[in-house]
Design a protein around this ligand. Structure first.
Ligand code: BG6
Length: 491
C-alpha cells in the first residue's frame, strides 16, 4: 500500500537554532523524508539561522551529516539528497542583536508569494527576543511561528511567554508543538472514537471502569540531566504529552476536526480535572527517582550519578490518579504514569471496560475478564481489543481472554512517519488542530501548579526505584488500593 501525498503550498521555512539538537535529530530528517515523498514543492526553501558563523555550504555539510546519522543509508542513495541540500541556506544572527537580521529579511522577502514559517528550535528564553526581532524587521506580518515545550515552568512563566509571543503573532499564527499529537496512533485515537459507531455509546462511566495512560521510557536522562533536573517528569511529560492524551480520550465529540472545535473540547477536559493539592496529593500521586540498576542487559547508573550531584529532589517518575469531574466521567479514575529508566519503552492507553453484569457460565468455564481496548503508541503502534471467547474444541464451554490485535506496520506495510513530518507540514497547511492553543497550555499549568506546590510543601524526597523496574512500589500500591492493576506491553 502506498501513502497518499498531498502537496503543500510553496513556503520559506526559517529554523532558528538550526545547528542545535532538535534541528539535527528531528527537523532536518523530517523535512528530508517529506521531500523524498515528493511533498515539498520545488521552490520551497529552508533557511538555517544560529549564532555560529557558517557559510551556506558548511550548513549543508552539517545537514548532510544529520541525514547520515538519522536516516537509513538505503534512503540516501538517490539524487534527492543533493536536491534537498540545495534548498538550504544559512544566515548568522543572534536573538539579542541586530546583525544578520536585515540579510534574513531580504532572503525571506525575496520570495513574497511563499508562506513564511519561523521555527524556534531554541531555548525558550529566546522565544520572546526572536519574536520581537521578527516584528522589528517586518517579518511577522504574514508569518507563522512554531514554538515547542517547555512553554514555561509554571502558570506564571507560561502566561509571560504566551504574552511575549502574542504581542507579535496573533494566536491563529502561533503553532505550539506537542509532538505526541503528531504520532500516528494519537490520530488513530480520533479515528477509532469518531469513525466507528461501536465505541462512542460505551465511552462513559456506565461502561468504562478506568483508563490507564503509561508513557514509559527505558532510557535515562543521560546528557540532558542539566535541563531535566530543572523540570522533572511532571513538567517534562505530564503537563503536556500525558494531559494531551488524556484530553483526546476524555473529550466530547467535537462538531468537526476544525482546530478550534477540537481544542475547545480538550480545554473543557483540562478545566474539569479534579484539583490535586496539599489535601490529597499524598493519596493521589507518587514521585520516584531511579537508582543504579540494569537496562537492556547492562548495568546503568542512577539519576544522581548521571547528574553528577550528591542530591536532587527532581522526580524521574510520576504516577497520578486523576479524575475528570463531569457527567461522562464521574467516578472513572484515569491512572497516569511516566518515568525514565523503566523496564521497557512502552506508551499505551488502556481503556478498561466494566465486567459483565451477570455470568451465565458455570464454574468450569473459568473467570470472565473484562474487555479492554489498548491503544499502543510505541513501540509497534497498533490497537488491541481484548475479548472473551470460547476455547476451541469439544467438552463444554471454557472461556479465554484473547486480543484482536492490529499492528499498523504489519497491516499497512508503510513506514510510520515521525511526528515532526506531519506537524511541520501542518504549519504550512495552516492547520492548527494538532497544536496546543494558549488557553490549553495555561489550563494544564493550572492543574499542575498546585501539585508541584504540594510536593514542595511536603518536602519529601522522591521514592527510589531501581533502574529497569516499573517504578517505586508505591505506584503499584496507588492502583492496587482500588482493586486494579497496571497493565503494560499490551496486556
Ligand atoms: C520529550 C521529553 O518531550 O519527549 C523527553 O522532553 C522524552 O524527556 C521525549 O524523552 C519522549 O518522546 P518520544 O517521542 O521518544 O516518546
Amino acid at each position: 500500500m502506498t501513502s497518499r501525498v498531498i502537496p503543500v503550498a510553496p513556503f520559506t521555512l526559517t529554523v532558528f537554532g538550526a545547528t542545535g539538537d532538535l534541528s539535527r535529530r528531528k527537523l532536518i530528517p523530517a523535512l528530508f523524508h517529506r521531500d523524498l515523498d515528493g511533498q515539498i514543492p520545488d521552490d520551497a526553501s529552508i533557511i538555517g539561522v544560529s549564532r555560529r558563523h557558517l557559510s551556506d555550504d558548511e550548513f549543508r555539510g552539517f545537514a548532510h551529516q544529520a541525514l547520515n546519522d538519522h536516516i537509513p543509508a538505503s534512503e540516501l542513495q538517490g539524487p534527492e539528497v543533493q536536491r534537498f541540500l540545495s534548498r538550504l541556506t544559512y544566515v548568522t544572527a543572534d536573538a539579542d542583536g541586530d546583525p544578520g537580521w536585515a540579510e534574513l529579511a531580504a532572503r525571506v522577502e525575496s520570495q513574497p508569494e511563499h508562506i513564511p514559517v519561523y521555527y524556534l528550535a531554541t531555548a525558550p528564553h529566546l522565544f520572546g527576543p526572536i519574536c520581537e526581532r521578527l516584528g522589528k524587521f517586518g517579518l511577522a506580518a504574514k508569518g507563522r511561528v512554531v514554538i515547542e515545550k517547555p512553554i514555561g515552568k509554571d502558570l506564571k512563566s507560561a502566561l509571560a511567554l504566551n504574552e511575549q509571543v502574542g504581542r507579535i503573532f496573533p494566536e491563529d499564527r502561533v503553532y505550539r508543538i506537542d509532538h505526541y499529537l503528531g504520532k500516528e496512533t494519537v490520530q488513530n485515537l480520533m479515528a477509532l472514537r469518531f469513525a466507528n459507531a461501536l465505541f462512542e455509546p460505551l465511552w462513559n462511566n456506565a461502561h468504562i471502569d478506568h483508563v490507564q495512560i503509561t508513557v514509559a521510557e527505558a532510557l535515562g536522562v543521560e546528557e540532558r540531566a542539566g535541563y531535566y533536573d530543572t523540570a522533572g517528569a511532571m513538567r517534562d511529560m505530564v503537563q503536556n504529552h500525558i494531559l494531551q492524551l488524556l484530553c483526546l480520550v476524555a473529550m466530547e465529540p467535537p462538531s468537526s476536526l476544525d482546530a478550534d472545535s477540537v481544542r475547545d473540547e480538550k480545554l473543557k477536559v483540562l478545566r474539569a480535572l479534579k484539583p490535586v493539592d496539599d489535601h490529597n496529593v499524598a493519596a493521589l500521586t507518587v514521585r520516584g527517582q531511579y537508582r543504579a540498576g540494569a537496562s537492556a542487559g547492562g548495568a546503568v547508573p542512577g539519576y544522581l550519578e548521571e547528574l553528577g550531584s550528591a542530591t536532587s529532589s527532581t522526580e524521574t517518575f510520576v504516577a497520578v490518579k486523576a479524575e475528570v469531574e463531569n457527567w461522562r466521567w464521574a467516578g472513572v479514575p484515569f491512572y497516569l504514569r511516566t518515568g525514565k529508566r523503566l523496564a521497557s519503552r512502552v506508551s499505551e492507553i488502556v481503556v478498561g471496560f466494566k465486567p459483565v453484569p451477570h455470568s451465565v457460565f458455570d464454574a468450569n468455564a473459568g473467570p470472565i475478564e473484562s474487555n479492554r481496548l489498548v491503544i499502543r503508541l510505541q513501540p509497534d503502534e497498533g490497537v488491541k481489543l481484548w475479548l472473551m471467547i470460547k476455547d476451541p474444541g469439544p467438552g463444554g464451554i471454557r472461556l479465554t481472554h484473547v486480543p484482536l490485535d492490529m499492528s499498523f506496520a504489519k497491516a499497512f506495510k508503510v513506514r510510520n512517519p515521525d511526528a515532526y513530518e506531519r506537524l511541520i507540514l501542518d504549519v504550512v497547511r495552516g492547520n492548527q488542530t494538532l497544536f496546543m492553543r494558549r488557553d490549553e497550555v495555561e489550563a494544564a499549568w493550572r492543574w499542575v501548579d498546585p501539585i508541584l506546590a504540594a510536593w514542595r510543601g511536603a518536602k519529601e524526597p522522591p521514592r527510589p526505584y531501581t533502574a529497569g523496574t516499573w517504578g517505586p512500589s508505591a505506584s503499584i500500591a496507588l492502583i492496587e488500593r482500588d482493586g486494579r492493576t497496571w497493565l503494560e506491553d499490551g496486556a
